[in-house]
Design a protein around this ligand. Structure first.
Ligand SMILES: [Zn+2]
Length: 334
């Protein structure tokens, strides 16, 4: 095991972070750690909902791996099932849900306080380096939205009574669905990040913050990143140490060459570190993501100054030797 420790330490000295997102405790931990060592990984995004999470994290810390804890915020089907009044609402009053995506209303302080308590407990008990807020936005099932979709066809939220009331008090002479409304939504998400960041830092002052962001340019879907998702990268930059855009290009019918244009678009409004996540296998589509296209996506990503790359996800990489070898080669070339 000492050899592994030395190798991980060497990679930790590198400036950039490379690793995977992992959601379930591995059936064979040794195989996983072996792959990470060969690939040269020094970071991991791990779900707090994983079984044996404390044990898993302490093993990784021993190996010198930087731990990002994935903390979903407004996506919370279990809580919403118990308490449907927490749902975000569409304009016609429907609950904000589609398939597995089910969102709580981001302006609900009681919901946010509960998240804050959970976060406090996790930061107190787990030895993590970075807290990574996932689903830190308004409802949108972006994974299945084709780039040619008309912006008017995308459902918007949240039109619950509380959100309408709050908007009226923040912008007394304004109307719903105006730029003020988009501003109100962005302010709501940013203040949620501010609130949760404060809690995490109160427990552990050295903790850093990462935010999962949508792979949309500022102009996509008629400014959908702010208007629909409520993600204002400039404002969020005050609290985030990393923005982690989910650049699952194949999923949203983009070519690898599109990746630098997205990263540069983010850089035009946000000046902190960007730690993108790339998809390993096809998802939400029948067509395969070929090893060649996967390699191209990594190359395109590395053309822009970024903090590293996180691969989505561990299982996909573990079962594909060819893509593992591509990852290993790319990281060792740097
Ligand atoms: Zn609402």
């Amino acid at each position: 095991m000492k050899v592994i420790v030395d190798i991980f330490s060497k990679h930790l000295a590198m400036k950039r972070l490379f690793g995977v997102k992992i959601y379930k405790y591995p059936r064979n931990l040794e195989d996983v750690l072996n792959m990470w060592e060969i690939c040269g990984f020094n970071a991991v995004y791990v779900s707090y909902q994983m079984d044996n999470i404390a044990e898993f994290i302490s093993e990784l810390k021993r190996l010198g791996i930087t731990i990002f804890l994935i903390f979903p915020v407004f996506q919370d089907p279990d809580e919403l099932k118990k308490e449907p009044s927490l749902y975000s609402r569409m304009k016609d009053g429907r609950e904000a849900k589609e398939d597995w995506v089910e969102f709580a209303c981001p302006s609900n302080e009681v919901f946010l306080q509960r998240k804050g308590l959970l976060l406090e407990r996790l930061v107190e008990t787990l030895d993590i380096d970075v807290i990574s807020f996932d689903f830190i936005r308004y409802f949108v099932f972006w994974e299945v939205i084709h780039p040619n979709t008309s912006p008017e066809d995308l459902p918007e939220t949240c039109y619950c009574e509380r959100c309408r009331r709050r908007f009226n008090s923040a912008f007394p002479n304004s109307q719903l669905d105006t730029p003020d409304w988009a501003q109100f939504k962005c302010d709501t998400i940013t203040s949620g990040v501010q609130y949760l960041t404060k809690i995490a830092k109160r427990v552990k002052p050295s903790i850093r913050v990462s935010l999962h962001t949508l792979p949309w340019k500022q102009s996509d879907f008629n400014g959908g990143i702010k208007r629909i998702a409520g993600q204002d990268f400039t404002a969020l930059g005050k609290y985030a140490d990393f923005l982690s855009p989910m650049i699952y290009h194949h999923m949203i019918y983009k070519k690898p060459e599109w990746i630098p244009s997205l990263l540069n678009d983010i850089k035009s409004v946000y000046h902190g570190a960007i730690l993108p996540s790339l998809q390993v296998n096809h998802s939400y589509r029948n067509e395969e993501l070929s090893p060649n296209e996967f390699e191209q996506a990594i190359d395109e990503c590395l053309r822009v100054p970024i903090a590293g790359i996180i691969f989505w996800n561990n299982d996909a990489l573990l079962t594909n030797k060819e893509k593992q070898e591509i990852v290993r080669r790319k990281i060792h070339e740097i």
